[in-house]
Design a protein. Structure first.
Length: 253
């Protein structure tokens, strides 16, 4: 059925096993939103910026990340190909919940803010690097956005920051800590009325790793049973928030 897991797979399974079945067993892929296009292009812009630093041992022109973002946004917009974990997935359409031009303008603002306030202070040693962790023989695939000598960072484009509980419980941070032993910084680009970048930091202890190993093993065993019950208790189970809703609960209306 599957040969590996990833933090995003685990999050989806724990949110709703039926949703995971639609995506990873039946292979039904929901068209991406404009927010996903923005996030993918934003990642590519910063990836190109920091890759230049690694390759050239110096800072790039401030326009490099912006130009890369612009090119990536338009490519995704026309080709309908969005990254998901380590894969590039084609779609027939994009669901634009916001005007594409306004989203693109927001991305350029966020890139500029990051370039002016955050990027020059960072000395990367690796960017967008894929790692595979073995957890009790289960391959766990992760992609680290940005690694520094003593810290790692993950880029997010969001409408709000993490709550303290969300930050403390995030399994991505736990997986990355298990792989590198380094604390995690979430570099959150906030697409709010006044765009800004917030950095939220978290670290882990050995008991977090033990707990996470138990989570991974439990999810792996549950997937192998081939039983995927729907989980409708929570915000995620609604026509607005779940792209599979009409194939699932909505089909009973």
């Amino acid at each position: 059925m599957i040969d590996h897991l990833s933090p995003s797979q685990i999050k989806m399974y724990m949110r709703c096993p039926r949703q995971w079945e639609f995506r990873y067993v039946k292979g039904i892929k929901i068209p991406p939103s404009g927010a996903m296009v923005l996030g993918s292009a934003y990642h590519e812009g910063l990836e190109e910026r920091f890759r230049y630093v690694i390759d050239n041992k110096g800072q790039p022109d401030s326009q490099l990340a912006i130009d890369t973002f612009d090119t990536s946004f338009e490519r995704i917009r026309s080709e309908h190909i969005v990254k998901e974990d380590e894969d590039e997935i084609p779609f027939d359409e994009i669901v634009w919940e916001e005007d594409p031009g306004k989203l693109k303008d927001m991305g350029i603002k966020l890139i500029k803010i990051y370039e002016n306030n955050i990027a020059p202070r960072i000395t990367p040693i690796a960017v967008e690097e894929k790692h595979v962790i073995s957890i009790m023989g289960i391959p766990l695939h992760i992609i680290i956005d940005l690694e520094q000598e003593k810290r790692i960072a993950d880029h997010k484009v969001k409408s709000r920051v993490f709550s303290p509980d969300d930050l403390a419980q995030d399994i991505q941070a736990t997986a990355y800590w298990m792989d590198t032993g380094k604390p995690m910084d979430f570099h959150i680009a906030l697409k709010t009325k006044q765009p800004r970048i917030e950095i939220q930091s978290t670290t882990r202890e050995s008991w977090h790793a033990t707990w996470f190993c138990d989570q991974v093993l439990s999810v792996w065993k549950a997937i192998k049973t081939g039983i995927f019950p729907p989980k409708d208790q929570g915000w995620h189970c609604s026509e607005r928030w779940c792209g599979y809703w009409n194939l699932c609960k909505g089909g009973y209306k």
